[in-house]
Design a protein around this ligand. Structure first.
Ligand code: 3H9
Length: 697
């Protein structure tokens, strides 16, 4: 194997090149190679050192797959300290993305240049970490405390020009990075410029109130997370201590984060997200169809949101509605959404106009004759969906992908009404579709590999995170959420109140508690879905007695101003309603359920373990390919706390024997779901889910 770091001399410049595809991560071999190359470069007759990367990007950070394994010398901070200590000036030249440890290398160098399209950033916070190779100490020295906090707490990469304006990059070249960087090196040499150490600079003074204010904001924004607060501590330390002590402080906090269960959970999600886009039985070389235009049927909230996602990615959209009035309603929602984004300063008015211009309304199916993919997004009526698919089969060109956006319906039955079931697929978007990242890609029995591969690629094009599901009632996400919601309702009947159930799960880290979620989604949604099921498939309906009573009384949730909670029409703030509390107590009585005090731990375990147990069944049946796919569905579609790694990772973290014990107990005492066979067998074999080899189903 070729060496990941090479050294060559060009004129007076010693050029170090890092070449470790795909993203030049700082693996052990790269750290060792860079150390050796710096030692060579500083010992020869050259006057200046240039560090650049081969391939598609500059170093994208530490090698995340090495975290969690025993540390191997040299440790990155030592290598970067060696770079900064060089008696010859060291220049770094950035293309692609310089992220995390990669950007810390840039900060440790003495002169920094980038090509215009490059971006730099410190995204460690998304992995439950902080920049641990001097980043928390060097960034504020160059860019000031506020910009440094912003960069590290948002984790968002910034463009080279912005980095230049913040003082993080010295020069931005339009193109020809290597030639320009070499010429700049010669220029610096000719001018007699020596090393400039960021560690020797002082942090610009700042009102220290900024730290408390930031912590206060984080208490809400980063609820439950460790790393963001440690980042603030490190930057505050940079304002108080010299570089060496600040770096020591940073190193201790970095280790604390690295060893935390939170970082393990977030690193798992990083890899799970990338793996979820891969289908085990789909060869890499599966051809992918070109998607240049999209048809969408239904201009309601969902169809409009999908249209926006496509237009945001530059794809022309034909939006079909029954008539001009319905189209007008649809367009007014889309325009409203764009103008809100513009008024918040997140989009330029002219860009909003341009995107809007990509969406063309029509009431005529003939307009869909040439599109590459059609997404049907009408309401959940299987017969209506089938009628639409028959029509699409008539009008769409051969090779067009016919997709149904459904939360529950049988994708195979819908595909079966067409002459081309191999071109049909489910694409389950989450509401609001222009905001939510998840896209469940539902492969039907007959969906071709090419169509599946194209759907996954399309998901990425419109900046969604795909997760593949087989067909079953509710697919991965909603099938699992059903028992979760059922347990929440049962807890109400057994003694809890909506606000106690919600608070317990909110404190666990969920974006919202389950009762509040029902109010937000509309209580009639679940009600109608249950009514649509044959009675034998509904399970114990008494669990939903309270919600049914509310719906039948016209309390549908936030949209009617009252559901479980009453909501303020202006602020949407929810408040517990004594009438609902009375109704709950009366319903318990009527059902002969003796109310009791229920601890938060039970609330969380009843709800979350019911998700896990159903997830196990989904894996057993091969509906989801792997546990990580389920975690991605819950992270991006259902507000599961990122720092817990998704329900399946969480189950492994708390220990499957404990999960099984509780699931068994809940089954016996409260008639909750029967323990999944997979859960039983993993525990019997003393295995974790992470060790599970998968199913052949
Ligand atoms: C850090 O630096 C800590 C330091 O402060 C302190 C240390 C002491 N490591 O995303 P893609 C893999 S923490 C290992 O599909 P893209 C990835 O899994 C790190 N592997 O490509 C995938 O593998 P596969 C801070 C990595 O073009 C392949 O590369 N840095 C790493 O859409 C392609 O990735 C970050 O958090 C890595 N660091 O996006 C940056 N990065 O093909 C994390 C990627 O087998 N990385 N892989 O599925 C990214 O944000 C994106 O990967 C990047 C490219 C923007 C670079």
């Amino acid at each position: 194997m070729s060496q990941p770091v090479s050294y060559r001399v060009v004129g007076n410049v010693g050029v170090i090149t890092i070449d470790n595809p795909p993203v030049n991560a700082f693996s052990h071999a790269v750290r060792t190679g860079l150390r050796d190359a710096v030692e060579t470069a500083t010992a020869d007759a050259t006057g200046i050192v240039l560090i650049a990367c081969a391939g598609r990007t500059f170093v994208a950070g530490a090698d995340i797959s090495e975290f969690g394994k025993p540390p191997a010398d040299p440790w990155l901070p030592e290598v970067l300290d060696l770079v900064e200590a060089s008696h010859k000036p060291v220049v770094t030249a950035v293309h692609g993305t310089a992220l995390g440890g990669g950007f810390e290398l840039v900060l440790a160098s003495h002169y920094r240049c980038a090509v215009a399209g490059a971006r730099v950033g410190l995204p460690e916070v998304h992995l439950g970490l902080l920049p641990g190779a001097g980043g928390t100490q060097r960034t504020p020295r160059l860019a000031g405390v506020e910009a440094a906090l912003d960069l590290m707490l948002s984790g968002k990469p910034i463009r080279a020009a912005e980095a230049e304006s913040l003082g993080l990059i010295d020069r931005v070249f339009e193109d020809n990075l290597e030639a320009n960087a070499l010429a700049w090196c010669e220029e610096l040499l000719a001018a007699g410029e020596g090393p400039r150490k960021v560690s020797e600079k002082t942090v610009p003074t700042v009102d220290t109130a900024v730290f408390e204010a930031t912590r206060k904001t984080l208490a809400k924004r980063a609820r439950g997370q460790l790393a963001p607060f440690k980042i603030v501590d490190c930057v505050e330390e940079a304002t108080r201590a010299d570089f060496a002590s600040g770096a020591e402080f940073e190193r201790e906090r970095f280790r604390e984060c690295l060893e935390s269960p939170q970082s393990a959970a977030m690193r798992h999600l990083f890899f799970a997200e990338r793996e979820a886009a891969k289908v085990s039985d789909l060869p890499k070389e599966t051809p992918v169809r070109e998607i240049r235009s999209v048809g969408i049927i239904g201009g309601g909230t969902m169809g409009g949101g999908i249209a926006m996602s496509c237009a945001n990615a530059g794809l022309p959209v034909h939006l079909l509605e029954v008539d001009a009035a319905a189209l007008e309603r649809g367009f007014s929602i889309i325009k409203g959404n764009y103008s809100t984004t513009v008024s918040k300063g997140r989009l330029k008015a002219q860009d909003a106009e341009q995107r809007l211009g990509l969406i063309e309304g029509t009431a005529d199916y003939a307009a869909l004759a040439d599109v590459d993919v059609v997404i049907e997004a009408v309401f959940e009526d299987p017969e209506l969906k089938k009628t639409i698919f028959r029509k699409l089969d008539e009008v769409c060109k051969p090779g067009a992908i016919l997709a149904t956006n459904t939360s529950y319906q049988d994708v195979d039955a819908i595909a079966a009404v067409t002459s081309r079931p191999e071109d049909c697929i489910g694409l389950h978007f989450f509401s609001p579709a222009n905001v939510m990242r998840l896209l469940e890609v539902v492969r039907g029995e007959k969906t071709s590999g090419e169509v599946l591969a194209t759907a996954i690629r399309f998901a990425k094009t419109i900046r969604k995170v795909p997760a593949v599901s087989r067909v079953c009632y509710g697919f991965i996400g909603n099938r699992m959420v059903n028992p979760y919601m059922r347990e929440a309702q049962k807890l109400l009947l057994e003694g809890a109140m909506p606000e106690t159930v919600d608070a317990a799960l909110f404190d666990f880290g969920m974006a919202m508690g389950p009762v509040a979620v029902s109010d937000l989604a509309g209580l009639d949604i679940g009600y109608k879905a249950r009514q649509a099921l044959p009675p034998e498939a509904r399970g114990d309906e008494t669990a939903f007695r309270v919600v049914d009573t509310l719906v039948e009384a016209g309390r549908l949730g936030q949209k009617t101003g009252a559901g479980f909670y009453t909501s303020d029409p202006a602020t949407r703030a929810a408040a517990p309603d004594p009438n609902v509390a009375k109704l709950i107590v009366e319903t318990s009585e009527a059902l002969g359920i003796e109310r009791r005090d229920i601890e938060d731990t039970e609330i969380v375990e009843r709800c979350v373990f019911s998700l896990v147990n159903e997830g196990m069944k989904i894996l057993e049946e091969g509906v989801a390919q792997r546990p990580g796919d389920i975690d991605i569905v819950y992270l991006y579609g259902y507000g599961f706390p990122v720092f817990r790694g998704g329900p399946m990772f969480y189950a492994d973290a708390v220990g499957l024997p404990h999960v099984l014990e509780r699931v068994r107990e809940f089954h016996e005492r409260f008639n909750s779901g029967e323990p999944a066979a997979l859960l039983e067998s993993l525990v019997a074999d003393g295995k974790r889910l992470a060790d599970w080899a998968g199913t052949d189903a």
